[in-house]
Design a protein around this ligand. Structure first.
Ligand SMILES: CC(C)(COP(=O)(O)OP(=O)(O)OC[C@H]1O[C@@H](n2cnc3c(N)ncnc32)[C@H](O)[C@@H]1OP(=O)(O)O)[C@@H](O)C(=O)NCCC(=O)NCCS
Length: 155
């Protein structure tokens, strides 16, 4: 099934979807003023959303990406991520970054599209969330910073 992807005002972003990727509503709301929001619809309903924020000097950060649980593992997340990568490539961005946990399928999801590990933010999930954050029953402590460079990687 094809998806229609479009930008919407961040203030009208589907919060219940974005909370699947980040358990803190306060944090998600804090991204709104500076973020672009993209939503994916299947013709009947919004099935996915993401927020992207500029970091300066042509760099952007994917703050959140999520697909409705009933529609996950159907390729929609891949379509939305590829669309966002292409959108920022065409807009002349130098790189796009994302922060994610140190394990789990999300790590493969990003690396499959060319994101590389560029830093570790130790204890990020302890310092930034009031409650412990779990993935697959395992507590998340550290955040991996991943970067997709649009220009040739000379590192
Ligand atoms: C991450 C997410 C956006 C991916 O979207 P999706 O539509 O489910 O992903 P796709 O169907 O395009 O699948 C991409 C790959 O991820 C795998 N995958 C997706 N969900 C998975 C799950 N719950 N468990 C294990 N693997 C999963 C798929 O099997 C596929 O791998 P494959 O090509 O080897 O089969 C979506 O699963 C989601 O919303 N997750 C909850 C929020 C979240 O964790 N966001 C990211 C925060 S860093």
């Amino acid at each position: 099934m094809s998806l229609q992807i479009q930008e919407v005002p961040a203030m009208s972003a589907p919060m219940e979807l974005l909370l699947l990727a980040d358990p803190s509503e306060d944090k998600v709301r804090s991204y709104f003023p500076r973020s672009k929001c993209f939503v994916a619809s299947n013709g009947e309903a919004v099935v996915g959303a993401c927020l992207v924020q500029p970091l300066g000097a042509g760099a952007y950060e994917l703050m959140s990406i999520a697909i409705q649980p009933a529609h996950q593992k159907s390729g929609h997340g891949t379509v939305l991520l590829k669309w966002v990568i292409d959108f920022f490539r065409k807009s002349g961005a130098s790189q796009i970054e994302v922060g994610t946990g140190t394990f789990g399928y999300q790590l493969a999801f990003y690396q499959r599209h060319g994101f590389r590990v560029t830093a570790i933010d130790r204890d990020f999930f302890i310092k930034n969330y009031p409650e412990p954050v779990f993935e697959d029953g395992i507590q998340l402590f550290d955040m991996l910073r991943l970067t997709l460079r649009y220009t040739a990687d000379v590192a």
